[in-house]
Design a binder for this molecule. Sequence first.
Ligand SMILES: Nc1ncnc2c1ncn2[C@@H]1O[C@H](COP(=O)(O)OP(=O)(O)O)[C@@H](O)[C@H]1O
Ligand SMILES: [Mg+2]
Length: 331
Amino acid sequence: MSLVRSADDPDGRVVRRGPADDADARRAPSEASPAVHATGLSKRYRRSVAVQGLSMTVNRGEVFGFLGPNGAGKTTTVKLLLGLARPSGGEALVLGAPAGDREARRRVGYLPELFRFPHWLSALEVLVLHCRLLDLPRGRRELVSREALALVGLADRAEHAVGTFSKGMQQRLGLAVALLGEPDLVVLDEPTSALDPVGRHDVREIVRAVRARGATVFLNTHLLSEAEQLCDRVTVIDRGQSVATGTLAELLGGRTTVRLLVTGLPDRWWNAHSSLGRWSRDGDWVVLETGSTDVVPDLVAAVVHRGGQVAAVVPEHQSLEDRFLEILREP
Ligand SMILES: Nc1ncnc2c1ncn2[C@@H]1O[C@H](COP(=O)(O)OP(=O)(O)O)[C@@H](O)[C@H]1O
Ligand SMILES: [Mg+2]
């Protein structure tokens, strides 16, 4: 018997199901529900508050980036979602079930930030062991394990002891464990931190493959480039709180800076045209913050009409990095 939250029950009441409908329980309630739904999630330690009133929804089938600087509360949040730490407040549903629910947990793959496999086991043994923990049929364990090894590029290392693996190879093995049994939700905590550029590229390809088969990926990262290349949506977390959520395009807000090298115009002309955007000077350049580069042709025409000379126009999209820092500094 398992405790599951019923998706067709609008109050999300916990209902009991008998063994007869266990198979149905494994699918039905979860698929209508978001992959993750957290409300007011908090975690207080004796000396610090790691997560504070965090609410977020991760949709099925998306690669969701949980982006924030070191110490922001990403790992703690993941531990709360997986039932590895108890929240001080709030609640979370994962695949439609309360965080930590054993049945739902079976359908979640997890790559922890820090982990260590017994160094005397071979890569294949590590995976077969996890297949046992997943309760996969005995006859399929080796095949499934070898497939996972091939997926992460370790096929030729199956019989090698983990103790002989580099950090990057151990990270790949951790990823293979997280992908065993085709989980519906794959939670990756800083998956590329120990990897070289080739390894990072491979992880991105694997994450895309996971999404392509319809699963959800929850990706903790402090790397903007990773979020930029992979994530459908992100939540930016800082000091335990969500400070922004959306697609990266939304977070960038479509803001544009246009730098113009213009001579022959007095400052008061720019003041009179403040409707175009906020302007400032940077040496000989005029820096105009505007909604879009669509204003550029009219602007240049107006400058020329007034007798100014335009030597250069350089549109600059705000970089993700600048925007990220701005979000983190916003009060
Ligand atoms: N077990 C713990 N005991 C006390 N403080 C902790 C514990 N785990 C995390 N913290 C604190 O919570 C904050 C968030 O940590 P963490 O979730 O690891 O951040 P991130 O993964 O974003 O780098 C940090 O200030 C950290 O020191
Ligand atoms: Mg962390």
